[in-house]
Write a protein that binds this ligand. Structure first.
Ligand code: TXA
Ligand code: MG
Length: 321
């Protein structure tokens, strides 16, 4: 069922059921993080490898502390500016966080998402919500309730519909497990923004070339992420267009058009050349192209700054699927 009933969503979560929740980044597939049986359903429904831990979501730092988590000073500095928002903090897990949430890593990822419906929902709950993106493992994340319904609808008790996600790519992840904080995943909050507040930060999201599928350090950086049905080449399209019949090509571009390919086979993510808008459109464009009768997706390399790094990261991993 899809709707906007926050109380029904809360009731289902209290009963140990799965509910899809809107966030500003992507939709999450949520369960009571303190109920291991409920969390086990997330792994089952997503077909997610059991070594890949989950982010817990709540609406306040104070609640995290009441659940036994010790929040590092640099995390607090960032949170005062970026939370609620698209930034996830990996910190040591206290004893109260079930092992199924941390996948045995003794670290837990926490986030305060910035979406009005979900913040209201979270404020009604006395437990955090474990919530990965609401897609089958390895596929593109959902940015609308309809995307969730199409892939996982039959397995979810309720989909809370908060409209299309504003940011459109998953949160930036920063780890506080070592002396110097490390970026584990690119998102809307940039390395530069983070450094301007807490100083030195290690910039080392796993690239697709470095991926080891059983590596628990950055367990989510799996090779088969963001898979599209069609082959995706993440490179300057001009280099590849001549190798395919023009009617078999789809283009994902920032604002350019390629005259060798019909205009209706383009997904131009931001005609006005705005990277935030391009990020917001990216996953919906990838989903739509997957319904087209073509052979190959040629995706541009976006300007590698700010959220452009997150766009390039997702396209790069889609290209290795
Ligand atoms: O924007 C987001 O972060 C969305 C929304 C729903 O909040 N969630 C999301 O979750 O993208 P998921 O599970 O699709 O990706 C979470 C990433 C994975 O790469 C996972 O391996 C990593 O976070 N992660 C979770 N817990 C971790 C931990 N304890 N240590 C290191 N990485 C962790
Ligand atoms: Mg995901």
């Amino acid at each position: 069922m899809v709707g906007t009933d926050i109380n029904l969503a809360a009731k289902n979560l209290e009963e140990g059921k799965l509910v899809a929740i809107p966030t500003e980044t992507v939709y999450g597939l949520a369960a009571n993080a303190f109920n291991p049986t409920a969390v086990a359903q997330i792994y089952a429904v997503k077909n997610r490898p059991n070594f890949n831990p989950l982010i817990i979501h709540t609406n306040s730092l104070a609640k995290l502390q009441t659940w036994g988590l010790v929040l590092p000073q640099k995390m607090l500095s960032l949170a005062s500016i970026f939370s609620p928002g698209p930034l996830t903090y990996v910190i040591p897990a206290g004893k109260q966080i079930p092992e199924i949430v941390t996948a045995g890593t003794q670290a837990v990822a926490v986030r305060i998402p910035n979406h009005p419906l979900t913040l209201t929902l979270l404020s009604k709950l006395d437990f955090p919500l474990a919530a990965p993106s609401a897609n089958p493992s390895g596929f593109v994340s959902p940015t609308t309730a309809a995307h969730v319904q199409a892939q996982l609808g039959s397995n979810i008790s309720y989909i809370l519909d908060g409209g299309p996600c504003n940011v459109g790519v998953e949160s930036t992840i920063i780890s506080f497990l070592h002396d110097t904080p490390e970026i584990l995943r690119y998102g809307a909050i940039s390395l530069e923004q983070i450094q301007s507040i807490i100083g030195e930060v290690i910039d080392k999201p796993a690239t697709s070339k470095q991926i080891i599928t059983d590596n628990p350090v950055a367990p989510g950086q799996l090779a088969k992420h963001y898979a599209t049905r069609h082959t995706l080449i993440h490179d300057n399209p001009t280099k590849h267009i001549q190798h395919y019949p023009q009617e078999r090509i789809a283009i994902i571009s920032f604002h350019n058009t390629y005259q060798q390919v019909p205009l209706n086979q383009h997904k131009i993510l931001s005609p006005k050349a705005d990277l935030a808008e391009a990020a917001q459109q990216l996953f919906a464009a990838m989903r739509e192209i997957d319904t087209w009768d073509i052979d190959v997706i040629l995706a541009e390399v976006f300007p590698d700054v700010g959220i452009g790094k997150a766009i390039n990261d997702r396209l790069n991993r889609a290209s290795n699927a």
